[in-house]
Design a protein around this ligand. Structure first.
Ligand code: SF4
Ligand code: SF4
Length: 318
């Protein structure tokens, strides 16, 4: 690995412009990384009736990429999961542009929170394979490694020193202590088991205290439910994409008046099934990164780790 003085790197990135320094303590539990790729409100197009010419449509230009500095490994991993939805089978051009333009400087988590359980998903607080550049804070210096070509390009022009054996030892010790602070939930076999649990009574127990506020889905870096709205104005009207939540009663309400998820029980089941059964079935990956944001945001202390432990205990017919 290479190393560089933190301030020197920041000055270099500031010169490039559009630098966003993520302050995890201040922004938690919101995921700025998610909203930088899938904004809470996003203008898709403008429209107006232009006399005899009919409907005129304008698509906004992109605003250029951001350098996101200090992204946590779980947030960067979450962006990889969003790619499966927005870039794999159908390309979403709005998402694609931001994904191509944004540069993710990932910072290893030296001090995970008590709610983190990322190690349950085969990676950890020091995983260096996500985002564009991987960094470890060892004090005045950052150990640094480009992950992608975009990352190497962002570092061009910088003089990087070689990390010393003592720097690497420091990193290993930080890594051991961070990993040791995280509780791992054994989720082996959960997605297969959930397939047999659609009608189980356990969902009512799990949903009992939930007030369907949707906070868990708004802070979740892998949740992407959205609604598209046309807003009429006297001159130009606009079409926008806004975040929605599967925990809201009207999310699944059909025009006929039928609602396939009429109560919180079905909505809780859907939220958990989506992340731990449907996502693995569709993409071969869990739709959760174990960031614990939903645990920190929930007003009634719903803990997804406890829910997974409860689900594991339920006996299902073979
Ligand atoms: S479900 Fe909770 S722990 Fe999992 S990625 Fe979403 S916010 Fe993080
Ligand atoms: S944050 Fe908690 S109460 Fe609100 S919808 Fe999610 S689980 Fe339910």
């Amino acid at each position: 690995m290479k190393k560089i003085e933190k301030e020197k790197l920041l000055r270099h990135l500031e010169e490039k412009g559009n630098l966003v320094r993520l302050d995890r303590a201040r922004q938690d539990p919101l995921s700025v990384t998610k909203s930088s790729h899938l904004p809470q409100e996003e203008l898709l197009l403008l429209f107006r009736i232009n006399g005899d010419k009919g409907v005129e449509i304008r698509v906004p230009e992109g605003r250029g990429g951001k350098i996101l500095f200090g992204v946590s490994p779980c947030e960067a991993r979450a962006v990889d999961l969003l790619d499966l939805t927005f870039l794999r089978d159908r390309i979403d051009p709005y998402y694609k542009r931001k994904r191509e333009d944004n540069v993710l400087f990932v910072l290893a988590c030296n001090k995970p929170r008590s709610t983190c359980f990322c190690t349950s998903f085969g990676y950890g607080p020091f995983s260096g394979k996500f985002g564009d550049v991987f960094m470890v804070d060892i004090g005045d210096n950052l150990l640094i490694d480009p992950v992608t070509e975009k990352g190497s390009k962002a570092l061009e022009g910088l003089e990087l020193e070689e990390a010393t054996p003592s720097d690497l030892e420091k990193m290993e010790s930080l890594k051991r202590s961070a990993e040791g602070a995280i509780t791992t939930v054994n989720i082996e076999g959960i997605s297969e088991k959930l397939k047999k649990m659609f009608l189980d009574e356990i969902w009512a127990d799990l949903a009992f205290k939930c007030v369907n506020c949707g906070a868990c889905t708004y802070v979740c870096p892998t949740c992407y439910c959205f609604d598209i709205q046309d807003v009429e104005r006297t001159n130009w009207g606009y079409r926008e994409r806004v975040w929605d939540s599967c925990m809201f009663p009207i999310y699944s309400l059909e025009t006929s008046g039928h609602n396939p998820r009429p109560t919180g029980v079905e909505r809780m089941r859907n939220r958990i099934m989506h992340k731990f059964s449907y996502y693995p079935e569709l993409y071969g990956e869990y739709g959760c990164v174990g960031c614990g944001r939903c645990i920190r945001a929930c007003p009634v202390n719903f803990d997804i780790r406890e829910a997974l432990e409860t689900l594991k205990e339920v006996e299902v017919a073979a």
